[in-house]
Write a protein of this length. Structure first.
Length: 583
């Protein structure tokens, strides 16, 4: 849909959408007119100086209005004297007008202890932390379908769409059924496949339309359909202001492409990532609210208390799925999120087991799965040929270049020496709307680790080494080199650093060493994960949850037996700068 005004000045004002910039550049005169009207009514002369702050105060979903306050520094002229004064203008946008016209309501001077709380940041993307998700889902349920909160009944998706004024249509969006649905924030066109001829057609779609993918010959699961519709409803409620604002900066958009780039290296989430994450996280929590799920689950757990723990949990999950009309997988995930014991192990035999996992997915699983991280911290697994294999000559061998490979015995006995993973489906979003297509992810299967007896034997030797190490970083580095019998030149070759740099580090000439260099030293020394973490801490560092840091941790936990070149290959795949020799 064409806008009635161009967006050249806004696009030039910055790369990121900014609500305050919009007000300053497009609607400054409207704000000044309201202040002048106040001056005439009060019979005083007020000269605005500049806009000090723009604060979004309310997003009314029913009226589709976005309310905000504009605070200005002004000069009051009275009896021939000038007095600085702060004014506030109360205004709103009707979202159906697509931020095309501002409506001012009143203007007045600010008063003592005047304070306004912003409900949305300057980019209009809601800020919701992981801890706030359940509470935020309840707030949305209370606003859209309060009966669910009052009586622990399943929500009616159809009633919610009617309340929001949304229209749900069925259409074949692709040939293989990977796409679940789309939502359109404005009038646009989209491609669908004709059910009879199979020919792609371009059709017009009105704003507020949700398209649900219905491939020919495939039975549509009502539970998945409900989750998809609610996912798009969350986008409409929470993200419509952000879309309208973003469109002013990128006029080619007909809808937001909220992407969760699972396969690309994200160190900082974009606004689109956050919006898709919020919809993915809130929709299941609205279908199965915290207290309602606990209330229904407690009754079934008591009824099945004579059964084995796993069977008891599986039957309870099935009953929750029937009650809330959701899939077994969604009910299982919600029970895991709510901290129920045995929920993770329930129905594990339904997952497709495999031993391979990509390095990027392993890094992601390491960040979210403490059990997997604890398993790798034992230091007994090496990442070889996309598998986590026990470090033993029975299972691994080195070729003429020194690279590790699985032995013939290991390939024939994967269950004996490799960690197992379960394939699961996750969803990404695609261009031209809020939609998702299915991709596969791998999840670590608990209980496939190394026997505890063997682990106890290895931990004794490791404890002895840790207790013998010095307290400083440089002295600990020297101790590891002596223990391993590695010279400065050999270590320089192993970690792609200069010999002079390593010599200076050993002599403690540097007040600090970069984390990247410490990680490369650990790989060059082929240290056990516990010894690597000890050296990292002595250098004054600790890992955070950033993409780069998680990749470093994965390398230290399972690839210190590999060469620095192999490690660099995996870092390059994730668009992280590889380790390299310094000049």
């Amino acid at each position: 849909m064409e806008q009635a005004y161009d967006n050249i000045s806004l696009a030039a004002s910055g790369k990121k959408p900014s609500f305050s910039t919009l007000i300053r550049e497009r609607f400054y005169n409207d704000i000044i007119t309201e202040i002048e009207l106040y001056g005439k009514l009060e019979k005083v002369e007020i000269h605005p100086v500049s806009i000090k702050k723009v604060i979004v105060t309310k997003h009314d979903v029913d009226e589709q209005n976005l309310y905000f306050d504009v605070i200005l520094d002004c000069v009051l002229l009275k009896d021939g004297t000038e007095k600085p004064i702060e004014m506030v203008v109360d205004a709103y946008f009707d979202l159906d007008e697509e931020l095309g016209a501002v409506h001012t309501r009143c203007a007045c001077p600010t008063w003592k202890n005047f304070k306004r709380r912003a409900i949305l940041p300057d980019n209009l993307v809601p800020v919701i932390t992981k801890k706030e998700l359940d509470a935020f889902a309840v707030l949305m349920i209370n606003a859209l379908y309060p009966r669910a909160s009052e009586y622990a009944v399943p929500i009616s998706v159809n009633q919610i769409t009617r309340r929001l004024g949304l229209k749900v249509l069925d259409a074949q969006l692709d040939s293989d059924g990977d796409i679940l649905g789309k939502i359109f924030f404005e009038d646009a066109s989209t491609v669908i496949i004709d059910h009879v001829t199979g020919i792609m057609n371009i059709i017009p779609v009105a704003a507020g339309t949700i398209l649900i993918n219905t491939p020919v010959g495939k039975i549509q699961d009502e539970r998945i359909r409900n989750n998809t519709i609610l996912h798009e409803c969350v986008h409409w409620v929470l993200h419509r202001p952000a879309f309208l604002l973003a469109k002013l900066w990128n006029r080619e958009c007909s809808a937001i492409a909220c992407r969760r780039q699972v396969s690309s290296a994200h160190q900082v989430w974009t606004d689109m990532d956050r919006m898709e994450w919020q919809a993915n996280a809130l929709a299941p929590r609205m279908l199965m609210p915290d207290w309602a799920t606990r209330f229904i689950a407690s009754g079934w757990l008591r009824r099945y208390e004579r059964l084995s723990p796993i069977l008891r949990m599986e039957k309870t999950i099935d009953q929750l799925g029937r009650h809330f009309n959701v899939s077994r997988q969604l009910a299982k995930i919600r029970m895991e999120e709510l901290g129920y014991k045995d929920a993770e192990a329930a129905f594990s035999f339904y997952d497709r087991r495999q031993h391979t996992i990509s390095f990027e997915n392993a890094t992601r699983e390491l960040a979210r799965n403490k059990t997997f991280r604890d398993t790798l911290e034992t230091g007994i697994y090496a990442y070889v040929d996309n598998r986590f294999v026990v470090r033993d000559s029975k299972y691994l061998y080195r070729d003429e270049r020194g690279a590790l490979h699985l032995s013939s015995y290991a390939k024939a006995h994967m269950e004996e020496c490799c960690l197992s993973f379960a394939a699961r489906h996750v969803y990404r979003s695609m261009q031209y709307g809020m939609l998702r297509y299915r991709v596969e992810d791998e999840v670590f299967i608990t209980g496939t680790g190394f026997p505890a007896k063997e682990l106890a034997k290895k931990s004794k030797a490791l404890t002895s080494i840790l207790q013998s190490l010095p307290l400083s970083f440089s002295e600990t580095l020297i101790a590891h080199m002596k223990r391993k019998g590695i010279t400065v030149e050999q270590l320089a070759e192993n970690c792609l650093m200069s010999s002079s740099k390593i010599t200076r580090i050993r002599r403690d000439y540097y007040s600090s060493v970069s984390l990247r260099n410490v990680v490369s030293l650990c790989i060059g020394l082929k240290l056990h994960p516990s010894l690597s973490m000890d050296l990292i801490h002595k250098a004054g560092y600790c890992f955070n949850s950033s993409y780069e840091h998680m990749a470093y941790q994965t390398l230290l936990l399972c690839m210190t037996n590999s060469s620095i070149y192999e490690c660099n290959e995996y870092l390059s795949q994730m668009n992280i700068p590889p380790f390299g020799r310094e000049e």
